[in-house]
Design a protein around this ligand. Structure first.
Ligand code: SF4
Ligand code: SF4
Length: 151
């Protein structure tokens, strides 16, 4: 029997979570909303600091979450069944961490109780991303910080 003193993400599989529980796992970092580039020859992926046109960079929130995959066709909806193949998910992403059997970091709002901690710890894109309309060539915007783990 599940230990009821433990939080849901420690007792349930991702596929067993309610929609509300699933949605609450997102830490709001918005690193998944940055454009990525794929090397045609090697297949290697690089992050850029250029935000998707629907991202409110200050709030780290999608401006049209409900219709996002219609408005931005390459926006990929995370599901328990596709986490293993989405190799661009940042190492701090809560879905990736749980899927890999790891702990959430202390700054995750479900642990700390404060949705601002992800920003205070500079894990999110707030203050670091560039709006798509002002970016120009994506190749000039390759960055590595979205792939950094949390020390
Ligand atoms: S990277 Fe993961 S935790 Fe961060 S905003 Fe995207 S889905 Fe949420
Ligand atoms: S459409 Fe919304 S959720 Fe999808 S990448 Fe853009 S900002 Fe992020």
């Amino acid at each position: 029997m599940a230990d009821e003193t433990l939080p849901f993400w420690k007792t349930k599989k991702l596929s067993e979570m309610s929609l509300q529980e699933w949605d609450s796992l997102c830490d709001g970092c918005a690193k998944c909303c940055l454009h990525k580039l794929e090397d045609q020859d090697s297949g290697d992926l690089s992050y850029t600091d250029v935000a998707c046109r629907l991202l409110n960079i200050g709030a780290c929130r999608c401006e049209n979450y409900v219709e996002r995959t219609f408005v931005v066709p390459d926006c990929i909806e995370l599901m328990p069944t596709n986490l293993n193949v989405l190799r661009w998910l940042p190492p701090t992403c809560a879905y990736r961490l749980i899927n890999e059997g790891k702990e959430l970091y202390w700054w995750h709002h479900l642990v700390s109780g404060d949705r601002e901690d992800v920003h205070k710890e500079r894990v999110s894109v707030r203050g670091r991303a560039v709006p798509e309309r002002r970016a120009g060539d994506l190749e000039d915007h390759i960055v590595h910080w979205p792939e950094d783990g949390y020390q």
